[in-house]
Design a protein around this ligand. Structure first.
Ligand SMILES: *Cc1c(COP(=O)(O)O)cnc(C)c1O
Length: 471
């Protein structure tokens, strides 16, 4: 990887080591001494693997060089996919826990970290308004959704799972793994589950669970959960909310528009909720979370115990989760992060989400002023993901231009993403053929401060793409 790249007239230097020193080594060093002291009464021993030699240091240099072959996910000019650097405290806490490498499958393997998981998950549940619930961390959103649909199948044997065509593809695949019938339901032109299409499915009488996505992966669309609840009073079905991406937006209703705000306001009425701390929660990968409103579902995990067992403070996390070994370090990192940045409206964590959302709204409004672009016809982004297409009669040409701008922006250090979306979301008179669009996930608080720079580079890349088209 080249560290020095020419951008317009001046130079931007992206180096792995920023001007501000990385706080993690310092935090870690001090805490490691304290952790060692906790075990001071043990007799000294000689570890079989020692990494204090020059070969190890050399190897780490090689690792650093290999890792240079990455997009700079940590930098505000990375505004492409859903990637957000973990909080330094999360990194330090995770690395600190590595001294013990606890396993949260059972208390024996991770006593402190299991207790920390229970506390951290209780805080997430409280964010959604749940005091009594059953929940735990998972290795990610996929596994968390798998547990949700597994319970759905247990509670409604033989009945169907339905989700919108913009729901994460994992739901269809998981349903196949679990042997559950799955159908996808059309969306409207905002990418939200279409209520008429849903009602058509419900009329068949065999829908057991409706998956509502609060924050779709492609564009951050929010399914109308409040309206789905109205249908629930007429048709008998369960609701699973996939808020793997969008869950934390529950903390900033004042920064959302209707109807998204209304959907988040009733999230507590779902039967289960998935949220990914490793997406918007400042955590390293390996941290998803599944919550069930009724602790009673614990009986599906363990057959010979009364459910009260599962709400006792001594529960073994392995007995209420499908995964066995799980990183206790994930729980430690999450616990520490939530201690520092509590999940409360008006807090510092909420402010970070708001900044990203403001950046997205700003980018969207500037795009709408550039006649070369077309934004979503239905209005502003619902969360912090912006999508736009190139204005061109010909879909193939518009798709190629998007790809060209994506490449030219990357050469200028601005990393965007591409997404295929129905053309008629942008041109209501167009057809529903899919067209390649540009996409930017503005999930870092820093994105707001960098929005001028982001737009400047985007404009430069777009100018260059149009010059190339002419020439
Ligand atoms: C990311 C995502 C998932 C999958 O979660 P992983 O953590 O990547 O396994 C599921 N649903 C939605 C809405 C997501 O955004």
């Amino acid at each position: 990887m080249k560290f020095l790249l020419q951008v317009d007239c001046d130079t931007v230097k992206i180096v792995m080591k920023s001007q501000i020193p990385d706080p993690v080594p310092g935090l870690l060093q001090q805490a490691l001494v304290e952790l060692e002291a906790e075990f001071a009464s043990l007799p000294a021993y000689a570890p079989a693997y020692d990494a204090g030699d020059s070969a190890s240091a050399q190897l780490l240099s090689e690792v650093a060089l290999r890792l240079g072959d990455n997009y700079p996910y940590f930098h505000p000019l990375y505004a492409g996919q859903m990637l957000k650097p973990p909080h330094p405290v999360a990194r330090a806490a995770y690395a600190l826990a590595m001294k013990l490498n606890p396993n949260n499958h059972a208390r024996d393997g991770g006593r402190a970290s299991s207790a920390m998981e229970i506390e951290a998950v209780r805080e997430i549940a409280a964010m959604f308004g749940w005091k009594e619930f059953l929940g735990h961390l998972t290795s990610g959103g996929t596994f968390a959704n798998l547990e949700a649909l597994w319970v759905a199948g247990q509670q409604r044997p033989g009945q169907r799972i339905v989700a919108s065509s913009q729901a994460h593809y994992t739901h269809q695949r998981i349903s196949a793994v679990l042997g559950l019938h799955f159908n996808s339901v059309a969306t409207d032109k905002r990418g939200c589950l279409d209520l008429n299409a849903l009602e058509d499915e419900l009329k068949a009488g065999d829908v057991g669970t409706v998956v509502a996505t609060l924050g779709t992966t492609a564009i951050g669309a929010v399914d109308p959960l409040d309206q789905i609840l109205v249908l629930q009073s007429r048709y008998n079905f369960r609701i699973h909310v996939d808020a793997a991406y969008g869950g934390y937006f529950k903390l900033i209703p004042e920064a959302l528009d209707e109807p998204a705000r209304r959907a988040f306001a009733v999230i507590d009425r779902a039967d289960s909720i998935v949220i990914d701390p490793h997406k918007h929660g400042l955590q390293p990968y390996g941290c998803g979370c599944i919550l069930f409103r009724s602790p009673e579902v614990g009986r599906f995990y363990k057959h010979d115990s009364p459910y009260t067992y599962f709400t006792s403070s001594e529960l073994h996390l392995g007995e209420i989760s499908l995964e066995c070994s799980r990183a206790g370090a994930s729980a430690v990192a999450l616990w520490a992060t939530q201690r520092l940045l509590p999940l409360v409206p008006g807090g510092k964590f909420a402010a970070g989400l708001k900044a990203g959302r403001a950046a997205a709204l700003e980018l969207d409004s500037r795009l709408r002023k550039d006649e070369r672009f077309t934004a979503l016809a239905t209005g502003k982004p619902e969360l912090d993901i912006v999508v736009w297409k190139l204005r061109d009669e010909n879909s193939e040409r518009a798709s190629m231009l998007a790809q060209k701008i994506f490449d030219l922006a990357a050469e200028r250090n601005l990393h965007l993403a591409l997404v295929k979306l129905p053309r008629d979301w942008f041109d209501p008179s167009g057809n529903d053929e899919h067209i390649t669009c540009l996409r930017s996930v503005l999930m870092k608080p820093e994105h707001l401060e960098w929005i001028d720079r982001i737009c400047e580079i985007l404009t430069g890349a777009t100018d260059a793409a149009f010059d190339a088209k002419k020439g």
